[in-house]
Design a protein around this ligand. Sequence first.
Ligand SMILES: C[S@@+](CC[C@H](N)C(=O)[O-])C[C@H]1O[C@@H](n2cnc3c(N)ncnc32)[C@H](O)[C@@H]1O
Length: 272
Amino acid sequence: MTYLQTFQQYEQELARPEELRYVFRYARHLSYTDLIMMLNSEITPADAAFLAEIAKRLLADEPAQYIVGETEFYGLTVNVDARALIPRPETEELVALILAENNGRDSLKVLDIGTGTGVIALSLAKKQPTWQVTATDISSEALDLARENTAKNGIANLTFQVSDVFDNLSGKYDIIISNPPYIADFEAADMAKNVLDYEPHLALFAENDGFAIYQKIAEKSAKFLSQTGKIYLEIGYLQGARVRQIFKEQLPEKRIRVLKDLSGKDRMIAID
Ligand SMILES: C[S@@+](CC[C@H](N)C(=O)[O-])C[C@H]1O[C@@H](n2cnc3c(N)ncnc32)[C@H](O)[C@@H]1O
């Protein structure tokens, strides 16, 4: 049997067939061209066994990134596993927005609430070496993973703190960022199995119909924000109006913008 026949046999059964070749290529360090070149050759017994194992895990809806153990985010390679949410491309847009709007501002104190794998904090700290970035999470397991990713990417201007939103923090920040859990419990019924069965629910769901962490951030943000401080948030695409209102009540003097992602959906809030 050839590689191509083996791939095709499993791909028929998979909900996301493209993931099989992606995981195989990544694990075997192959380029697209390398894979194309081998498709018509006889599969080795070791690769046949390896593909069977990958296909089994994908059929059980395990996310491809968890099988590979790594993913790419804003030019960084980070470890991913069940301790934290798999970073999403929309979050890269939040990072790009923050960098574009704060270009040329040196020595800022930056706080990333709910850092997960650490990707927002890591990307900002790498692009802006004069910024001092604090990354927090309520999950110490997620912070362990974020620390691994900091070492993996050789980034120094980053510190970590276990905290329920602001509970273990002090001082003022020039930029506060969060991509918090924002899914309401009732939405679970409509969620894909690869998300619901594998990613940490602490990273996905929040009380008060998904708004609880925004409310917590808003209530204390005046205390933790420097005078000209800014807040950047990722939101669910239907949450813009409500999150704007939550922050308007606490920070009435600030400008609040609801911004769209590349697919035209409300995805970010910028407060300055
Ligand atoms: C949606 S994930 C975002 C992870 C990462 N920032 C990203 O964008 O990929 C939300 C993160 O918030 C953390 N979290 C949940 N509740 C929290 C709380 N009350 N205080 C701080 N972090 C919290 C979760 O553990 C999770 O890592």
